[in-house]
Design a protein around this ligand. Structure first.
Ligand code: ZN
Length: 170
């Protein structure tokens, strides 16, 4: 019997997919019908300025939206179900914690971590049987599917013998 942490597994799958797309070039993005505005303070503005190229690589395009705000204009097509505003807000929060001297390349890791975590299904989300099958099929494609990007396990295995022991049959 295998017990799956659906959030951790989905997070790992998205993380690897994003990395694979990046290795091939740029992550394909989709223009939003309505740009999503996000308010910024000065520090956040500075951080976003430095991360602009990295964000474009991963398919997130931001445009100025007044003096103290930006708007999400394009978002990766492969993260279709995610809320672009919430993902970008999380990226901004994470980048604000990154030390000031970090280069664009070093900003990629926290950006990918944020995107895959925010776009993944939540632990309590109810999945349809197709969604579950898809997740398990994708598991075989993801290279390090046994742990999430933070290093937590994505699944636990329990043998029949262990189960029988728990039920005190042996
Ligand atoms: Zn997560």
């Amino acid at each position: 019997m295998v017990i799956v942490d659906q959030h951790a597994l989905h997070e790992r799958i998205l993380y690897e997919k994003l990395k694979r797309r990046l290795a091939e070039g740029k992550v394909a993005s989709q223009q939003l019908l309505v740009p999503m505005p996000i308010e910024l303070n000065n520090q956040q503005q500075g951080v976003l300025e430095r991360a602009k190229e990295v964000l474009e690589q991963v398919g997130i395009e931001l445009v100025d939206f007044g003096p103290k705000a930006i708007a999400v204009q394009s978002f990766p097509a492969m993260l279709g179900q995610a809320d672009p505003g919430a993902v970008v807000q999380d990226i901004i929060d994470r980048l604000a914690e990154v030390p000031a001297g970090m280069s664009g390349e070093q900003l990629l890791e926290p950006v990918l971590a944020s995107m895959s975590c925010k776009a993944a299904v939540k632990a309590g989300d109810e999945l349809s049987s197709e969604e579950m099958s898809q997740l398990l099929a994708d598991r075989k494609l993801a290279e390090m599917s046994s742990s999430c990007p933070h290093g937590r396990p994505t699944m636990l295995k329990m043998s029949l013998a262990e189960l029988e022991k728990q039920f005190k049959r042996i």
